[in-house]
Design a protein around this ligand. Structure first.
Ligand code: GUN
Length: 296
């Protein structure tokens, strides 16, 4: 069997098209322009690339983009004061503080200072709790993108066996909650899991988010399973820096029913979902119906 390749780039373009339509409707019908504020502390090169891309795409879909850059040695209190200001600003519907933060800052305090209604990353403790209890929340962008691709590939996910590899707060845990919400039977596996190959082999859905290049080989995959590769590992290969997933694409492709490539799979969906979350936050802030198909 040769797996269907799930085209995340094309999917993300489709999502951005829908977001653009909703932004137009908000502007012309309601006189509101969704606004996204992105805060970057320090000069981490990967973070700078992400932030530039976020700002560009925010403007492309017709939203307002507010970029705040702070020095690496900024006091945490200064960042918290900026967050207060953005929380109070009615033109800002979404706030994202780029991670990782410098070591002298406490990420949890910073994240929990963001108004949960503007927390388009879905990292605030209130949003984590709302998701875990099946209530309306802001959903973290990468797992939301994965869920959209799974629904598009498989339709109804009810009753399917899902294995999430990785237990991070950003991907693994919220992904597992979302799959539970779809009535999957969910296993969260991680570096201490025994008989990992056997656990993964039971799964109809595998979401790999461990940050270990090509860790999942094809002989761990149940024939016909859908495999979502969240890994973005930067590796030197043939003298060039390449992005390598957590899944061994060549061997998995021969067994799986569908698989996401790296690059061009989950990656482009993350920013598309950030834009979708900003539109959702804007609609909620203005008491307007939420866009269909852009939330969990
Ligand atoms: N750093 C890497 N990915 C992310 C993300 O999705 N959100 C934030 N805030 N920081 C990140």
């Amino acid at each position: 069997m040769t797996a269907e390749i799930i085209d995340g780039k094309a999917f993300a373009t489709r999502i951005r098209g829908q977001v653009t339509q909703h932004v137009d409707r908000l502007k012309t019908g309601h006189g509101v322009t969704p606004g996204l504020a992105v805060v970057l502390v320090g000069e981490d090169p990967a973070s700078q690339v992400y932030v530039r891309s976020k700002n560009k795409q925010t403007v492309e879909v017709g939203m307002n983009s507010y970029e705040h850059r702070l020095d690496r040695d900024t006091e945490e209190s200064t960042l918290l004061a900026l967050i207060d200001q953005l929380n109070a600003d009615p033109a800002v519907h979404g706030i994202l503080v780029q991670m990782p933060l410098p070591d002298h800052m406490d990420s949890a305090s910073v994240i929990n200072a963001i108004d949960p209604a503007k927390d388009v990353d879905g990292f605030h403790i209130s949003n984590v709790g709302l998701l875990a209890t099946g209530q309306k929340s802001m959903v973290p962008c990468t797992p939301l993108g994965c869920l959209m691709m799974l629904r598009d590939t498989l339709g109804n996910l009810s009753g399917l066996d899902a294995v999430v590899l990785g237990r991070s707060n950003i991907v693994g845990k919220p992904m597992a909650q979302l799959l539970l919400g779809e009535s999957c039977t969910v296993t969260i596996a991680h570096s201490r899991t025994r008989d990992l190959a056997e656990v993964v082999k039971r799964a109809d859905i595998v979401v790999a988010a461990v940050g270990r290049p090509e860790m999942v080989p094809g002989d761990w995959i149940k024939p016909g399973a859908t495999v979502i590769d969240v890994g973005i590992n930067r590796m030197e290969r043939d003298g060039k820096t390449r992005l390598i997933g957590d899944v061994d694409f060549q061997s998995v492709q021969e067994v799986a029913g569908a698989v996401t490539p790296v690059p061009g799979g989950v990656g482009p969906m993350t920013i598309a979902c950030l834009l979708a979350n900003t539109v959702t936050a804007c609609c909620r802030a203005n008491g307007l119906p939420e866009p269909e198909g852009l939330t969990a």
